[in-house]
Design a protein around this ligand. Structure first.
Ligand code: GLN
Length: 465
């Protein structure tokens, strides 16, 4: 059943929000072995359900969801899966959460993630590693792994994630759900724990494109609390025409070449063939700077991370080392004990590339190449309606397989980061399976082309049925 149908059943009194919330809370317990959530928000969820049932309201009336634990929410702690925020109570809620609640949606739990969203597997969580719903010995992808697993396990109809370098699309691909990264600025980042502010976006994970589109419909648009937000489309993101005939689709050559697992390549090739048969014009598209995107990302992102993490000094938020003798030692010990290895690694890389002696050599150069990537996307979209390719070169990898080698882990993001550097909207749609493990198709759209992109993704769902 779609989210819209569920909400209309609640509104007509056929179903009770209280029952939907109870079912989700029960499912949380039953599927606990997958370690996909950090905490539930049971008390608040139940009292909100009672409110909704008194006088059902909104386009998401009574619909339960799970939020990645880097969204500020009431009713429980907000930790970003980092020890340094373990005791943190949010003083306000994220705009995305407020907008969902205003339409009757109910947050039931906070999903696991890589601490501060740094990662591609949830193995950087200070709590536990989430298990892939399709194979418990494998990762769910990251950093929104808990959110993707929750949807794949059927615990909630949708979940919220954030995508700074691929963290919605990658877990969506690994878990076999839809993951949507909107155009940069389309959804407010207010109340979302910052990772890299120039690429962070909020987006939905859901079972279908239409469900994801409805969640976007509710969350999107300008917010005075986030000056980087943009106007949403006047026309709705839902009920889109999904005509693919006559559309021009570019197949990203840089993503289709070496390093791609044969099964992944086969599934992507078959998906492209389906577009062709539906009447799309398919061409090979090449963007020469694309192979540099990963290197650029891993300079720009840590630079912004090092700045954003400087606020966690043991004085203002969350954890504070108690044995410190003076203020300086308190800063030092709180950060030393509160941050995990990956946060520290990024702080060191980030401060290094921003330091006066290395700024020109790394950060400045990276920003120049970033501009080239933006220009190449712009040029590509003068020619094509959409770009397609894989989300990642492989299916979900084994837990532990990459965690000791950061470079290996960073390579998981090789096909997702470019759209973050440029801000373009992109989606992962389930395209097939390889030995039972899901593979997602990535479709990228032009800036602010969210409506068209969602329409194409819906069309693909139909073709792939
Ligand atoms: N895996 C990428 C990283 O570790 C992206 C993370 C994200 O999108 N939050 O930086």
């Amino acid at each position: 059943m779609s989210i819209a149908e569920l909400a209309s059943q609640v509104k007509s009194g056929q179903r009770k929000a209280a029952d939907l919330v109870d079912e989700s809370l029960k499912a949380l317990e039953n599927k606990k072995e997958y370690d996909f959530f950090i905490s539930d928000v049971a008390d608040r969820a139940r009292s909100r359900a009672a409110e909704v049932d008194m006088q059902p309201f909104g386009r998401l009336a009574g619909v339960p969801f799970i939020a990645k634990d880097n969204f500020l929410t009431f009713g429980g702690k907000t930790t970003a899966a980092s020890n340094i925020l373990r005791p943190f109570d949010a003083p306000y809620q994220a705009t995305a959460i407020e907008r969902l609640e205003a339409e009757g949606a109910i947050c039931v739990a906070k999903a696991n993630l890589d601490a501060f969203a740094h990662g591609s597997s949830t193995e950087n969580s200070d709590w536990f590693t989430t298990k892939n719903p399709h194979d418990k010995s494998r990762v769910p992808g990251g950093s929104s792994g808990g959110s993707a697993a929750a949807v794949a396990l059927g615990v909630v109809p949708f979940a919220l994630g954030t995508d700074t370098g691929g963290s919605i699309r990658l877990p969506a691909s690994f878990c076999g759900v839809v993951g949507y990264k909107p155009t940069y600025g389309l959804v407010s980042r207010s109340g979302v724990i910052a990772m890299a502010s120039s690429t962070d976006v909020v987006g939905p994970l859901a079972k279908s494109v239409e469900d994801a589109a409805l969640v976007l419909e509710v969350m999107s648009g300008r917010d005075e609390l986030d000056s980087t937000t943009i106007d949403r489309d006047e026309a709705p993101y839902i009920n889109l025409e999904n005509e693919i005939k006559g559309k021009k689709i570019g197949v990203v050559q840089e993503y289709m070449s070496k390093g791609l697992e044969p099964d992944v390549k086969k599934i992507i090739d078959e998906s492209i063939e389906k577009f062709r048969q539906a009447g799309a014009a398919i061409e090979e598209s090449s963007m020469p700077s694309l192979p540099l995107a990963l290197a650029v990302y891993y300079i720009v992102c840590p630079a912004e991370v090092s700045s954003n993490l400087s606020r966690y000094d043991g004085q203002r938020y969350g954890f504070s080392a108690t044995e410190a003798k003076d203020l300086d030692e308190s800063y030092e010990l709180s950060r030393e004990q509160g941050f995990g290895a990956e946060a520290k690694r990024r702080i060191m890389i980030g401060t290094h590339v921003l330091s006066s002696g290395y700024y020109d050599a790394y950060y400045k150069k990276a920003q120049i190449v970033r501009t080239k990537i933006i220009n190449e996307f712009e040029r590509a979209f003068e020619k094509y309606d959409f770009l397609v390719g894989p989300v990642t070169p492989n299916v979900a990898f084994k837990i532990g397989e990459r965690s000791s080698d950061p470079l290996q882990m960073y390579l998981s993001d090789i096909m997702t980061v470019a759209a973050n550097m440029s801000g373009n909207p992109a989606i992962s749609v389930p395209a097939g399976t390889s030995d039972g493990l899901p593979v997602g198709l990535q479709i990228i759209g032009p800036m602010r082309g969210d409506r068209g992109l969602l329409g194409a993704a819906r069309a693909f769902e139909g073709l792939n049925r």
